[in-house]
Design a protein around this ligand. Structure first.
Ligand code: NAP
Length: 276
């Protein structure tokens, strides 16, 4: 059995995404949501071991808490400091993080990668995985723009490549950096339903080159103000849904311990999600 744990968990799209892929592959493996409260992940590992759970995904608030509980860690977890995929291998819990790979793959899928200079908004958990993965994937400069500058500085210190540089979140800074960039990625909560207004004005998008891309990690709502404004300017846009789908595909590859037909699986999942 496979599971996803978190709190809240009822809203998670992981069961429908993973079940669609397992069905597509003809595999009769149940994948179910499981509510686990903050602080209860060690207890959950005991439950999982006793109940034939061979792998699980983790979402808020457990991604960091799982790191010290793993028997082994993928090299990316050692950089990102967070686990979203756990597999049982020879009786050992092995932790991985597929957010960075999922984001990179969705940028490729959307025709936004490669990009040399990137403006990345935010310095939280998602920003950390995305920034470090894109630095490793060959970006020349990634400006990590955050409201709390000290958090951007901390994130950049994790980067061994020297590609990441901290920056402010004010409109003047964003305009200056966008004039030198080909890609903007929103990794903040700004634009989610409980925080719908993203920016006072979007003129920083005016200075991007015409073939620039704008990605928002948010997928609900499907079109944030940032994406609407970028689209109105004729820029290439992508919401967070492809990242969600691709990180799930990479998770399933870890669960099954083999590579999978990613394009076919993504197509099947997008078709299924369009029906719900
Ligand atoms: P997080 O760790 O809590 O980080 C939140 C970030 O948003 C921080 O940089 C924070 O800045 C910034 N922020 C929050 N409110 C702000 C405001 N009013 N003004 C300016 N900045 C603000 O959250 P996370 O886990 O990184 O998630 C961030 C977003 O990514 C969420 O919308 C989440 O749903 C999305 N996400 C999507 C996927 C996907 O697969 N598509 C995967 C993971 C996450 P400060 O440091 O200044 O507080």
């Amino acid at each position: 059995m496979l599971q996803v744990i978190g709190d809240p968990i009822a809203h998670s799209k992981s069961p429908i995404i993973q079940t669609t892929m397992l069905d597509y592959l003809g595999l009769d493996i149940p994948y179910t949501p499981h509510l686990v409260k903050k602080g209860d992940v060690a207890q959950y590992l005991a439950f999982a071991a006793a109940n034939q759970v061979t792998g699980f995904n983790s979402t808020m608030p457990h991604k960091e808490d799982l790191v010290p509980l793993m028997d082994e860690l993928g090299e990316e977890v050692q950089r990102y400091g967070a686990v979203n995929t756990v597999c049982l291998r020879d009786g050992k819990w092995v932790g991985h993080n597929t957010d960075g790979d999922g984001c990179l793959e969705s940028l490729v899928y959307s025709g936004m990668w490669p990009a040399r200079q990137v403006v990345l908004l935010g310095a939280g958990g998602a920003a950390r995985a995305v920034a470090l993965r894109l630095a490793q994937a060959g970006a020349e400069r990634i400006w990590v723009c955050n409201r709390t500058l000290s958090k951007a500085q901390q994130l950049c210190q994790l980067d061994p490549t020297g590609v990441l540089a901290p920056a402010g979140f004010d409109l003047d800074t964003l305009a200056r950096l966008c004039s030198q960039s080909q890609l903007v990625i929103n990794c903040t909560n700004l634009g989610m339903n409980d925080c719908p207004h993203q920016f006072e004005d979007f003129s920083f998008l005016d200075v991007l080159p015409r073939d620039a891309g704008v990605m928002d990690l948010i997928y609900y709502p499907a079109q944030t103000q940032l994406l609407q404004q970028a689209q109105a300017r004729g820029l290439n846009t992508c919401n967070g849904l492809p990242m969600l789908v691709y990180q799930a595909i990479f998770s399933l590859e870890y669960f099954l311990n083999r590579s999978l037909p990613r394009g076919e699986l993504a197509k099947a999942v997008f078709a299924r999600l369009a029906q719900v």
